[in-house]
Design a protein around this ligand. Structure first.
Ligand SMILES: *Cc1c(COP(=O)(O)O)cnc(C)c1O
Length: 233
C-alpha cells in the first residue's frame, strides 16, 4: 500500500515535471493537501513528510482536526461552500479562503477577522463553465466583486479559484483554466492585482499548471479515495 509520504513525493514530482516543461519555477506552484474526510493522524503523517498547507471543506470537521493538531503550525485553507453563520469561525481559524463568491460573505469575513491576525487571504470562486452549479460568481460579475473585496480592510484579495466540470483529455481540461487566467488578466488590467490562480486537483493538475495555476488543491492523489469508511463525500 502506498504511504502518504510516497504519494506526496509523487504529486510533488508531477508538479516539478510540469513546471519544468512549461518553463516555470517549481516554487511558483504551491501544493494544498485536501484532507477533508481524513483523520488528523493522516494530516500529521503528511506534515512529517514535509507538507504544511491543508485544505478543508467542512467547518465542524476542520475545527476538530485543527484542535488536535494545534502544535504543528499548519497553514489552513477553507475551500468549501461558505454558510454565512460560519464566517466568524472561518475568519478566526483559517489562513486562506478559496471559496468567496459574494460580497456579503466577504464583508462578514472582514468584520470577523481578529485584529491580532494578519488580513485573511481570500480568493474569489468563479463559476467558469458550469451553468448548473450554484457555487461561484459568474465570470462577468467577477470584476466588480474583486473591486469591492479589494476595498475591505481585513481581507487580502489574493486571486481567483475555480472547480471546472471534470474532463478526460488534457485539451478539454485546459479550456476552463485558460478562461480563468484570462479573467484574472482582465481584472488585473483594470487595476486589481490578483497574484494567485487556485485551480487543478488530482486528475487535472498538469492542465492547470500549464495555464498558470499557482495553488493546486490535491486530495485523492495524496490521501487515497474518499469512501464510506472515512466519511467520503
Ligand atoms: C475535494 C476537493 C479537492 C480535491 O479533489 P481531489 O480530486 O481529491 O484531488 C479540491 N478542491 C476542492 C474545492 C475540493 O472540494
Amino acid at each position: 500500500m502506498a504511504t502518504i509520504a510516497a504519494n506526496l513525493q509523487a504529486v510533488n514530482k508531477r508538479i516539478e515535471r510540469t513546471t519544468q516543461s512549461c518553463g516555470r519555477a517549481a516554487s511558483s506552484v504551491r501544493l494544498i493537501a485536501v484532507s477533508k474526510t481524513f483523520a488528523a493522524a493522516r494530516i500529521a503523517e503528511a506534515r512529517a513528510a514535509g507538507q504544511r498547507a491543508f485544505g478543508e471543506n467542512y467547518m465542524q470537521e476542520a475545527i476538530v482536526k485543527m484542535d488536535e493538531l494545534a502544535g504543528l503550525a499548519l497553514e489552513w485553507h477553507f475551500i468549501g461552500p461558505i454558510q454565512s453563520n460560519k464566517t466568524r469561525l472561518i475568519a478566526e481559524r483559517f489562513d486562506w479562503v478559496h471559496s468567496v463568491d459574494r460580497l456579503k460573505i466577504a464583508e462578514r469575513l472582514s468584520a470577523a477577522r481578529p485584529a491580532a491576525l494578519p488580513p485573511l487571504n481570500v480568493l474569489i470562486q468563479v463559476n467558469i463553465d458550469d451553468e448548473r452549479s450554484k457555487s461561484g460568481v459568474a465570470p462577468n460579475a467577477a470584476p466588480a466583486l474583486a473591486r469591492a473585496i479589494a476595498a475591505l480592510p481585513r481581507l487580502k484579495l489574493a486571486g481567483l479559484m475555480t472547480i471546472p466540470q471534470p474532463a478526460a483529455v488534457v485539451a478539454a481540461q485546459r479550456r476552463p483554466f485558460a478562461a480563468l487566467r484570462r479573467l484574472r488578466d482582465e481584472i488585473a488590467a483594470a487595476g486589481v492585482a490578483l497574484e494567485h490562480l487556485s485551480m487543478g486537483m488530482s486528475a487535472d493538475l498538469e492542465a492547470a499548471i500549464a495555464e498558470g495555476a499557482t495553488l493546486v488543491r490535491v486530495g485523492t492523489a495524496i490521501f487515497g479515495q474518499r469512501n464510506a469508511m472515512n466519511g467520503g463525500r
